[in-house]
Design a protein around this ligand. Structure first.
Ligand SMILES: Cc1cc2nc3c(=O)[nH]c(=O)nc-3n(C[C@H](O)[C@H](O)[C@H](O)COP(=O)(O)OP(=O)(O)OC[C@H]3O[C@@H](n4cnc5c(N)ncnc54)[C@H](O)[C@@H]3O)c2cc1C
Length: 439
């Protein structure tokens, strides 16, 4: 029996293979490029970054900055090489993409414990003790079918239709009311109320909002019946009032009347710190989303922790099929890492690759697999993707994922800094307890 196969040498697969190899474990690293390309990759290199050359902010008062700091503690290859080839970009970690992925490819191809196999994996191999699947948002079709068999077809999604999510602390709850339609359920929805005049202004801006153009390989999404909210609006002034903004079954307890229109916010996590706009998947450009959705009175000062989008993205419903250790519940010798687990973006995808590599390495040494504390950004993300909920929509690193502090701090910036301090201290303590020496 061979030891480990890592499938996909993208960001997550590169981290996982590196971690294992550094710990003395033999790895077969499968990558289908250049024999078979994805619709977004352009080269045969590992850890190719397909769009922006930025890994996001490096300030630890931002979700992605904190995550990168934690990744350094975890010995991340991606962050190490990104810093080597960084280019000036203000507070963001941006890289020379060519040199970045060339260097990662050289490191992995040159490692004596890594055997690179340039092949598309079409069947999940059975002759390995452990397998890490890290084939990303554009996993090839044949392998997707195999993953469907593993997880059940209802647990593999092929595109995101993401509605924006706001930080609950920034919603003006005086501009609406909590309550489910027809009084059913346990009052988990907050209804942002709009008067006829407010609706008119909102509607007129929405239909004029600037959209992100669709890439060819994304067009299919529309045929799957997933319409952006602005498209629904363009079909007529009333359509939203019979769709995502319908007020039926709702009575505003402040007036005793049915509101003219509502935008419902739904809790995205158990703690209710994240609220998403129900039915508001959108292709509007990011600045347009903020401008237009802030016309909803309850969201006038809202902080958007994630903006809406619709795009091709293969990802599993981790909250149903994965353990927090990233192992498949049904077959714990198979782990998933990267964007396919429901995390979003370069840094978060890479970080889950480190955890998958670490856990496989531990299991091969007869140790139990582990999960970082929920107070860390990586632990918060893992907690988010694996906590039971009806539907998982991909998530990027943000502070609303972390539990509240023991003491109340009013100032938003200071609150984030305190959470970041706690996260880094907890990550260090956790690593000390694991006796993990960063590689
Ligand atoms: C069009 C587009 C634009 C994006 N823009 C951004 C952005 O600006 N910023 C950002 O942070 N994130 C962006 N993302 C998301 C980002 O690409 C992912 O978060 C990140 O690359 C995920 O890392 P990963 O390792 O999970 O997957 P990937 O980096 O995609 O790696 C997966 C690897 O698996 C290989 N593979 C797939 N199937 C098989 C198979 N059957 N056998 C063998 N190999 C296989 C692929 O060739 C690829 O190398 C974008 C994604 C897309 C599709």
């Amino acid at each position: 029996m061979k030891k480990v196969a890592v499938i996909g040498a993208g960001l997550a697969g590169s981290e996982a293979a590196y971690r294992l190899a550094k710990e003395g474990i033999k790895v077969d690293l499968y990558e289908m490029r250049p024999k078979k390309m994805t619709p977004a990759h352009r080269t045969d290199r590992f850890a190719e970054i397909v769009c922006s050359n930025s890994f996001g902010s490096f300030e630890i008062g931002t979700g992605s900055g904190l995550l990168k700091e934690e990744m350094k503690l975890l010995g991340s290859l991606v962050i190490k090489v990104a810093e080597e080839f960084k280019v000036p970009a203000g507070a963001a970690l941006a890289v020379d993409r060519e040199k970045f992925s060339k260097r990662i490819t050289e490191i992995l191809e040159g490692h004596p414990n890594i055997n690179v196999i340039r092949e598309e994996v079409k069947r999940i191999p059975e002759d390995y003790e452990y397998i890490i699947i890290a084939t990303g948002p554009l996993t090839s079709e044949e392998l997707s079918k195999e993953i469907e068999k593993l997880t059940g077809s209802e647990h593999l999604y092929f595109y995101d239709a993401i509605a924006p999510t706001v930080d609950a602390e920034t919603v003006d709850f005086s501009k609406g009311f909590w309550g489910d339609r027809y009084g059913k359920g346990s009052g988990d929805y907050f209804n942002c109320v709009l008067t006829e005049e407010e609706y008119e202004i909102f509607y007129n801006e929405l239909i004029r909002g600037e959209q992100v153009p669709l890439k060819d390989f994304e067009k299919a999404v529309y045929f799957e019946g997933c319409l952006p909210v602005e498209e629904i609006a363009r079909r007529g002034k009333e359509t939203l009032l019979y769709g995502p903004m319908k007020p039926v079954g709702l009575v505003d307890p402040r007036t005793g009347k049915r509101p003219f229109a509502v935008v419902q916010l739904r809790k995205e996590n158990r703690e209710g710190t994240l609220l998403s706009l129900v039915g508001f998947q959108t292709k509007l450009k990011y600045p347009e989303q903020k401008r237009i959705f802030r016309l909803i009175p309850a969201l006038r000062n809202a902080t958007f922790v994630r903006l809406g989008s619709i795009h091709r993205n293969t990802f599993i419903q981790s909250q149903k099929v994965l353990l927090p250790t990233l192992q498949l519940k049904k077959k714990p010798n198979i782990l998933f890492a990267g964007q396919i687990t429901g995390v979003e973006g370069y840094a978060a995808s890479s970080a889950t690759g480190i955890l998958a590599g670490l856990n496989v390495s531990r299991m091969l040494q007869g140790l139990n697999p582990v999960v970082p504390p929920k107070t860390t950004m990586l632990g918060g993300l893992i907690n988010y993707i694996t906590t039971p909920k009806e539907e998982l929509q991909p998530m990027n690193p943000n502070f609303a994922l972390l539990p509240p502090l023991d003491k109340k701090i009013k100032d938003k910036r200071r609150r984030k800094e305190e959470k970041a301090k706690r996260a880094l201290s907890d990550m260090k303590k956790w690593l000390d307890e694991l006796h993990t020496v960063p590689v």
